[in-house]
Design a protein around this ligand. Structure first.
Ligand SMILES: NC(=O)c1ccc[n+]([C@@H]2O[C@H](COP(=O)([O-])OP(=O)(O)OC[C@H]3O[C@@H](n4cnc5c(N)ncnc54)[C@H](O)[C@@H]3O)[C@@H](O)[C@H]2O)c1
Length: 427
């Protein structure tokens, strides 16, 4: 397994649990050292337990690429990062470096399984340009796991997509997944790549769609919760991804939607819907600032608490989290911003967070003495806050901007807060 991030580490540990012998490599020495000691360097439920048992069973090893002396095995999985370039394209340098390393190790007739999300057409190019004459057979096997429930998703996926051309290689990858009950879909390489992007783009579209409806609900006096529930009962629509709020973030949706739009553009296709999805999502991040301006006139000097920073509950991942933009916008306008997140330690700050954000060690500490609070991530502990106590420690006008429509607005108003949700009617 080349690359031990959220995807690679989960896959390595889960494959060992299924009885395979797994070597995990990563260029990040600290990460490798942590895994060697049985420490998971990021938060992912269930992973630490499986990591310990895999190490104890002797089926799981971790090494820095420069230290690897053993043969690479029958299947070489690549799960390195594929971040965005500033113009929306995909930075494939980690993928190319990983393949280069594999090639240097002369692995013989192994199967190279691409788990990284790479733009449609990438696999074909890699086969023609980088793998020709190496004996490596290429299979695209996009990953659909969700951070926060990645281990569960690995063992209970909705589907396993195997994109390839070589029957033997496809069969070997099927064998790797033996024991996992899920429909297996065998496709061409580019179709497999497209399935991953189209799936993420569709989910992002659902989120932006419900946010558009929420914007209109607020103007006509409808309630987005009732509307979302009402449309979600239609099985053709389904209830998931219909929660209005501050929009999507994280390491996948934003970059994958941008990458698909870029891929469309370079292929001479104008994918209009995706542009709108991106624009709506960017706009949602302005909502807290707009709500505060409406109440305070200017946010200069206003003390604001951000409740939650990660892009969703259940993870410690801050990549492209709405909280980063929301915090930055408030700071630029002169607000005093503090924050609390159960998975982001106070103290030394966080490399992705603007330094001006004052990280606190509890929600109550963050809320002490602020005029406004923005619920950015719907961690369960925020829904269960002792609001009777919070109303005492916040100061007037006690504005709560519920960016995830997760709180009981009516109860908060009764307690004396000014409450504003997204498309839920106002304070
Ligand atoms: N995070 C998710 O929820 C998720 C879900 C599905 C798919 N994906 C896709 O899977 C891929 C990996 O995502 P992630 O979140 O695990 O990324 P990540 O950034 O958390 O991890 C990537 C790892 O690869 C390592 N790496 C980089 N270059 C390397 C090299 N040449 N050799 C060895 N290791 C190298 C990095 O040090 C890092 O530890 C991406 O393409 C992503 O889009 C991610």
């Amino acid at each position: 397994m080349v690359g031990l991030g959220y995807v690679g580490a989960v896959a390595a540990v889960a494959l060992a649990h299924s009885g395979h012998e797994v070597l995990g490599v990563d260029v990040d020495r600290e990460k490798v050292a942590a895994f060697q000691q049985g420490i998971c360097p990021f938060h992912e439920p269930e992973l630490p337990g499986l990591l310990s048992s895999g190490l104890a069973a002797g089926r799981l090893r971790f090494q820095h690429p420069q230290e690897v002396t053993v043969p690479l095995g029958e299947i070489i999985l690549v799960a390195v990062g594929t971040p965005s370039r500033p113009y929306g394209g995909t930075d494939l340098s980690q993928v190319r470096a990983a393949i280069q390393w594999v090639r240097q190790r002369r692995p013989g007739p192994a199967v190279l399984v691409m788990k990284s999300t790479v733009p449609p057409g990438t696999g074909r190019r890699l086969v023609d340009e980088e793998l020709a004459g190496t004996g490596l057979r290429y299979v695209a096997n996009p990953e659909f796991l969700r951070e926060g429930q990645a281990v569960r998703d690995w063992f209970h996926p909705d589907r396993i997509v195997i994109g390839g051309e070589d029957e033997e290689a496809i069969d070997l990858v099927k064998k790797m997944f033996a024991g996992i009950k899920a429909p297996v879909l065998v496709t061409g390489i580019t179709s497999a790549e497209m399935i991953k992007y189209a799936a993420n783009a569709f989910l992002a579209t659902k989120i932006s769609f419900i946010n558009e409806v929420a914007g209109l609900c607020a103007r006509v006096g409808a309630d987005i919760d009732e509307v979302a529930y009402g449309i979600g009962l239609d099985p053709r629509i389904g209830p998931s991804f219909l929660r209005a709020g501050l929009g999507y973030g994280g390491s996948c949706f934003p970059k994958d939607v941008r990458a698909l739009e870029f891929c469309s553009a370079v292929n001479g296709y104008n994918f209009e819907l995706l542009r709108a999805v991106i624009n709506v999502n960017n706009r949602q991040r302005l909502l807290p600032l707009q709500a505060l301006r409406r109440v305070f006139g200017t946010v200069k000097g206003v003390k604001v608490a951000l409740l939650g920073l990660t892009f969703k509950p259940g993870t410690d991942d801050l990549r492209e989290a709405p909280a980063l933009d929301i915090g930055r916008l408030l700071i630029e306008e002169g607000a005093e911003v503090r924050a609390y997140d159960p998975q982001v330690a106070a103290g030394n700050g966080h490399p992705l967070l603007p330094g001006e954000i004052d990280l606190r060690t509890s929600a109550l500490e963050a809320l002490q003495g602020v005029q406004a609070a923005v619920l950015v991530t719907e961690w369960p502990e925020f829904c269960e806050l002792p609001w009777e106590q919070v109303v005492q420690i916040m100061v007037s006008p006690r504005l709560i901007f519920d960016g995830r429509n997760a709180l009981d607005g009516r109860k908060l108003i009764e307690l004396g807060f000014r409450y504003q949700g997204v498309g839920r009617g106002g304070a």
